[in-house]
Write a protein that binds this ligand. Sequence first.
Ligand code: AMP
Length: 523
Amino acid sequence: MSTRLITSLPELQNFVREAHAHGRSLALVPTMGALHEGHYSLIHRAKRQCDTVVVSIFVNPHQFNSNEDFASYPRDLAKDTEALQALNVDAILVPHQEDLYPKGFDTFVVPGELAAPFEGAARPGHFRGVATIVLKLFNLVQPDVAYFGQKDFQQVQVIRRLVEDLNLSVRLVICPTVREADGLAMSSRNALLGHDARKAAAILHRCLLRGEELIHGGEIHAGNVLPAMRQVAEREPLVALDYVALVDPSDLAPVDQVTAGTVALIAAHVGSVRLIDNLIVGPPATSPELLLQLAFSARPVIDAGARVPGLETEALCRRIETCRDCAAISSVMIPPREFLAKYLKRDYPDLNSVRVMVIGRNAPMRADHSFYLHPEHPNRFAEALYALLGVRDFQGFRKAFVLTDALRCHVQSDRIPEKALIHCARHLRDELKQFPNLHTIVILGQDAYQQFQRDVLGRKGEEIKAWEEIMKPEKWAQEDVPFPLLRRGTLHLIYCYHPTMGYLHSPSIAAALPPESTVTRDL
Ligand code: AMP
């Protein structure tokens, strides 16, 4: 499909209506143009996760507090359009200023405490402008998912608050900061830097790295870390520091002691250009996605005062919780809400028809190998599953079956062996409520069996029979358990080897499935 350039609001309305009518998930990447690799990273992620991608370009006058700054902001619509066409986005939205702010416009969104310090203090009214335009864009585009960069950390927190406080039904995905080779965070404003200022600008990132280095070395007192960071910036005469701070990401309050997830914020004038950057503190060698998880998880990961290194397991637990809560963290590939909204909507017009849920790991390394994404090209897992259930293909499958991976949202990340359902059982129970006529759950593999016994059925110790035991001699097993969550009050459970398990296979269990689910069985 070619890229549409949309400049009028009625045209946008038609585009959005059409996308919704076809059940396509819609992504919005809001930008102010002068696009660079940082913007492209958001667009790539949007394209991976959603069916339709709209990139908006609008230099919003209300978020600038001087006309001069607004007038000098870099603009290059021709180059941006070419780049976005090459990226094959579905639509470029370039609204006219007078359409968004017609004469008499007089209603603004005023964010609260989160918008007060740092950028809010340096640029009065800035976040009022940001929140207003973001809400307007959300209303106009009605995206399922909107993409923002970690680069503007405070902005992300202000928008997350806006979404929560005003009950907006958009999911936010935050992407890590993309940097130049010398560490400078990419920004449209970098184009305004002269030659010497450009060289000097890398000092912001070096400042952040100095702080991180000290923290990784065991120094957790902000009072010791911050002066050392400032010293780095003071060595560069072209750089006038505005602020350096170590803050709690949830409320942006300065911290005395650094913990995993603490965020270092920096802003400085380099020559005449004001630049900002930030860094999330985590254990050494933590991936950018996991750092985002640390900063955006609701509760602090560790008690204040604990040393930072050695938190991997904790952090992974948090990641699972956060993902399943759909807090829109960047490593999320196919989060539950998207699964429910997108694939269930597409493939299951009537959730009453689902009689059998299959729980098992379909763990593609890439999201686009996932079971539901291309049902017309079944992977090895799908083929083995159809044979096990006695259905011919996806059409047969979806008449009565649904597949869930308790860790579906983690297709990209490392898993914690045998621990998944500790974190996901609650979400799984919530998911079961979607299927009022559920009769049977088929559990694939030993790992899922043990977790289901322990974390969903609440069995302990000897109540959980050994897997080898129950698999003998038929290579599958079944039982009925009371399950008040379901309409029937009882659940039929079937345990099988995972269908891609290599040499150990369960025979077809078709005969043990509820009769309604096998009506379409024609093998
Ligand atoms: P802007 O055009 O500067 O308003 O930015 C549009 C979006 O791109 C915002 O969500 C920014 O946070 C994001 N963004 C800008 N620069 C970067 C970068 N270097 N890395 C990642 N995201 C970025």
